[in-house]
Design a protein around this ligand. Sequence first.
Ligand code: TXA
Ligand code: MG
Length: 346
Amino acid sequence: MDTRRWNIVKNINKSNEMIQEAANYLIIGDTVAFPTETVYGLGADATNKDAVAKIFQAKGRPQDNPLIAHVATKEQLLNLVTNVPDYVDRLIETFSPGPITYVLPSNGVCAENVTAGLSTIGVRIPSHPVALALIKACGLPIAAPSANISGKPSPTTADHVWEDLSGRIAGVVDGGPTGVGVESTVIDCTQDIPVILRPGGITLEELEVVVGKVLIDPAFEKGETKEKPKAPGMKYKHYAPEVPMWLIDGDFKHMQQVINNLIADGKSVGVLANRNTLERLSSEEKVYAHSLGESLEDVAANLYDGLRSFKYGEVDIILCETYQEIGIGLAIMNRLKKAASKLIHE
Ligand code: TXA
Ligand code: MG
C-alpha cells in the first residue's frame, strides 16, 4: 500500500485541504495516523468494524486490547456512553480537551472491536488542533491507539510513525513533534471513586484537586502479569527499544559504575538521562549519550524518541536513569519499567 504523507507544518496555508483529504480516507474506512498532544494515533472510523479491524492488522495488536475513541466535543463524547457520574462532568470541565481518557459504560454506537468485547469504552477529547480539525472534518468518532507497531515505543513524530507503519496504512498527517510525549491518563469512571488504570499526561495530583479521592489500579505497574489489569493493554510488553535497556537506580555515581563495568567488558553503551546527569558523567569512547532535557516535562516529551534513538550495531545496551514518581514522573516511570529488561538497584 502507498502511504500518503501530508506535511501540515511545511504547508500551513494548505492545511485545511490536507486535513480534509486525510478525513476523506477515514470516511471511506481507511486508516490515517495523526498527531495528538500526547503521541501520534492511528485512526479509523470507530463506528465501522472493518475500518477498525485495519488498525489491529497494521499494528499487529492483540485483539483483546480495546481502543480509545477520540471525539471533538463533550456532546460527541456523551453520544457514545451511558451513566456519566457527576465527577466526570467536573473532570471534563477541567481537563478536556486534554490528555485524559474516560472509561464509561458504552452505549454500543462504536463498533464492537473498538471495545474488544468489553461493556465499557474509553473516550477522550484530544487538545491538538490537528486532531480536533481532523475529527471535525470527518464528523465521526475516531478509534485510535498509538501509531506504533505493537510492543515498540509510541511515536512522537511523523518519522516514528513512518518507520513503523509506512506501507501498512493509508496516510500520516505530519503536524510536527507532539507535546506531552506520554499517553493520556486512562481513568475508570464506572464507580463512585475514579480509578487510574494508566498514569499519563494529567497527573494524580491534578485529578485529586478536582475530585478528591482517586484510586490507582494495582495492576498498572506490572508488565506481563497474572493479575488481570482493568486496562487490558497494560498486560502486554510495551515500549521496548530495539536494544535491551536497563534502568539504573541511584545517582550518577552508580550510573558511572555500571558504565565502567560494561566498558571493561568491551560493550558499547547508550545512556539516556537528563542534561544534569550527563554533564556529571565522564565522557568516554563507546559511550553514546542522549539527553532527555532538564525538567520532568522535558523527560516525558523526549522519552520515546530517546528510546528509539539507539539502534542495533551502534550500542549493545541502553542505560536509563530513574525519576521520582511525582507529577508526570509517575507516567514516566511506568513506561520505563515496562520498557526495561532489568532494574539495577544501588
Ligand atoms: O494518549 C493516548 O491515549 C494515545 C493517543 C493516540 O490518544 N492513545 C493510546 O492508545 O495510548 P493505546 O491504544 O495505545 O492505549 C490505550 C490504553 C490501553 O492500555 C487499553 O487497554 C486502555 O487504554 N483501554 C482502552 N479502552 C479501555 C476500556 N474500555 N477499559 C479499560 N481500558 C481501556
Ligand atoms: Mg499504545
